[in-house]
Design a protein around this ligand. Structure first.
Ligand code: UTP
Length: 408
């Protein structure tokens, strides 16, 4: 792309201000900016005007979950199926670690956060330790695919290398980068991070499979005979990864995807809840639940929308392939976005000042034909670290680790 082509691309999308400081840039900065303009997909900004249609849902009805009692009755059978799949190399794990962790407020990738008290205990370390339990039990290493973003790739790969992958076999660790999207103010005017750089951020956790495809990782998946991918968030330090019983149950029920869920602590808890939307699996956000839905009961007399997702899913690879070319909606996420103002000054906002654009993994669930919501015990499997203190924080995660006999 040359300067004239860049001007033409920008004028079509009303973003001419991106070249405001062009003449002040060095030759190399000019080149980088033109390359960035070439690469950036400005169509994501259209989701600002389509805001309402993107969030509109179909008809929501309850979905049945496999609860703890049912799992316990069949535990042996499911574990056997799951362990067999793992030993046959049919299960891979995908760690979503491309997020910015802005609420935690650390400059490093979230996985590098040290939650230790008397010794170092990094989030990545806890995750690998959890995965190693299954490796030891099954006698087989599990391929671990780690999604990073341009913002944290080098620090993540360097850190894990320096720590010798916390004892995991490096032959089974694969990194890939997710896509980026421009960030804008509330009117859709793209922010500039520097005079010669458009502010871009990771484009959400929903693009992981297509990013694997773009990065050539699907070849590894196919070559290794992986049929199931367990996708999980970096920030849950009690995360059970490649859990044999969960894998076995999803296979036995012949579902396209399994979703680990926890019973809600209260009917109005702020979690995404598993449901059916127009008869297909879906996740309804807490603020989309009406009063009637909150109070609705199932045959057992329990709340009908009672199971919240914890970002731990098991996807059938064959079905993921079928949705690869399906478009996913971009969601607008209000964030504090650093930018340079009209006078070329760097502004670090203290309040949200615009949108980042993200595709979300929960939209992938709706593209799947069938889903098994699989109940797990919250105190044993869910210790998310979103904030530095308060709810879902380092403090609450430490308490939960202690409860589970994990030394920190
Ligand atoms: P969150 O939604 O908590 O976002 O991510 P975040 O970026 O980590 O944190 P905040 O909102 O800025 O404070 C849930 C999971 O999805 C991953 C995160 O790394 C985390 O494991 N994620 C999120 C990505 O991999 N890429 C993204 O673009 C966003």
């Amino acid at each position: 792309m040359n300067l004239n082509e860049a001007k033409s691309k920008l004028s079509k999308v009303g973003q001419e201000h991106i070249l405001k400081y062009y003449d002040e840039l060095s030759e190399i900065e000019k080149e980088n900016l033109i390359d960035q303009i070439d690469l950036v997909d400005f169509s994501v900004l259209e989701s600002i005007s389509n805001k309402d249609s993107a969030t509109r849902k179909g008809v929501i009805t309850p979905i049945e979950a496999m609860d703890l009692a049912e799992i316990d009755c069949k535990r042996e059978e499911y574990e056997e199926i799951g362990l067999r799949a793992i030993s046959n190399g049919e299960v891979g794990a995908v760690l979503l670690a491309g997020g910015m962790g802005t609420r935690l407020g650390s400059d490093d990738p979230k996985g590098m956060y040290n939650i230790g008290i008397t010794k170092d205990v990094f989030i990545f370390e806890r995750i690998i330790a959890n995965l190693m339990e299954v490796v030891n039990r099954s006698g087989s290493y599990i391929h671990l695919f780690i999604m990073t973003s341009d913002k944290n790739h080098t620090r993540t790969t360097d850190f894990l290398k320096e720590k010798n992958y916390f004892g995991y076999s490096k032959d089974f660790i694969h990194f890939f980068r997710q896509g980026m999207a421009p960030a804008s103010d509330y009117k859709g005017k793209v922010f500039m991070e520097e005079k010669g750089k458009i502010a871009c951020s990771p484009n959400g956790n929903g693009g992981w499979y297509s990013s694997m495809a773009t990065n050539g990782i699907l070849d590894t998946i196919k070559r290794s005979g992986i049929k199931w991918l367990n996708v999980f968030a970096v920030d849950n330090v009690l995360q059970r990864i490649a859990d044999p019983c969960f894998i076995g149950a999803t296979i036995a029920k012949n579902c396209s995807v399994g979703a680990k869920v926890v019973r809600k602590c209260s009917p109005d808890e702020k979690v995404g809840v598993m449901c059916l939307e127009d008869g297909r699996p879906s996740i309804v956000e807490y603020y989309e639940l009406t009063e009637a839905m909150i109070n609705e009961k199932n045959d057992k007399g329990e709340p009908a929308y009672n199971f919240g997702v914890i970002l731990n899913y098991l996807f059938k690879v064959e079905d993921l392939d079928n949705i690869l070319d399906k478009e996913m909606p971009y969601h607008l996420v209000e964030k504090k976005i650093q930018y340079i103002d009209d006078n070329g000054m760097i502004i670090k906002p203290t309040e949200p000042n615009g949108y980042k654009f993200e595709v979300l993994i929960l939209d992938m669930i709706h593209l799947m034909d069938s889903c098994l919501p699989y109940e797990v015990i919250r105190e044993k499997e869910f210790a998310p670290i979103k904030n530095r203190s308060g709810v879902d924080s380092v403090d609450t995660a430490r308490e939960l680790c202690k409860l589970n006999g994990i030394e920190l």
